[in-house]
Design a protein around this ligand. Sequence first.
Ligand code: G3H
Ligand code: 13P
Ligand code: ZN
Length: 341
Amino acid sequence: MPLMTTKPMFDLAYDGGFAVGAFNVNNMELAQAILDACAKEKSPLILQISKGARKYANIRYLKAIIDAGVAEYPDLPIAVHCDHGDTIDLINTCVKDGYTSVMIDGSHHPYEENVRLTAEAVKVAHAAGVVVEAELGMLGGIEEDVVGMDAHEYEKNVEKFLTDPNEAADFYKRTGIDSLAVAIGTSHGAFKFKHEAKLAFNRIEQIMKTCPGLPLVMHGSSSVPQEFIDLVNKYGGAMPNAKGVPEDQIAMAVQKYGVCKVNIDTDLRLALTAKIREVFATKPAEFDPRNYLGPGREALTKMVQRKLHVLNSAGKADVINKHWEKLGKPMPNYYGKGKAA
Ligand code: G3H
Ligand code: 13P
Ligand code: ZN
């Protein structure tokens, strides 16, 4: 059962020139599509669950769906991750629920408070063998339960929100985190840039230098492909001026600058919504949910497959499984004294 922490994945990602996709799960169709795509492409993956997802789906249902998915694909390297965790209570709950990785996001707090909160989360999670991602700097875009700021306001003032490389080194040393989400010009949602889409590659380079060996994570990494916006708009939607991070810039951040984890949610929402809108618009008499969620799930699978190629993670499942075995199949204590059950 290759449910694992992100360690075996990140160990190989940097040198291997690939990143692991972290895809947000909110319901069964999303989980099935993500897993199906990764199985087709033999790719490692991270299933991530936001606070909003826990609220929407009820964590019991979501956990059952994810457990079923993990059992269904015994050869896939999978990590289950808490996205944008904000309290120690939530981290504790996720550890008990069997997540193998958690994010504590204290980026909206003053620096010292972020250090304190993150160090406490690391203590709690590491005691159970669970790895921790934290965030430094500020991302734009506002999701249901994620603190940020209007993406266009963010774009105007982006320099002052980017992760400071020296602060990152201090943060790494004082918290003991396993990976760091960096602010390099991305933001959450479908409206990331009003002007030219541009990532601060030089920041990634500087942070790599001040924090050698620390895997870096890019949030807000959807590309918002124009053809999906066109479909949404064609079939009754209204998303003018939507814009994401161009896929060549994502590929560059991964292959040239060594980013190890790339978070994608918006592009999944877009693929599903565009397809459902198309079915409703072209078959107005359709009322069986299977006949619009089914095609929606197929569109999701294709979207995830496309992402796996951008991240260069297609075909990397086997090497990660082998590395995990070489490491002694370490698992969170939840699964039985630090070994896989
Ligand atoms: O980072 C944010 C993710 O897109 C989750 O969004 O809080 O609406 O589930 P959500
Ligand atoms: P997008 O909104 O760009 O998909 O980012 C998702 C994300 O960062 C989840 O943590
Ligand atoms: Zn995020």
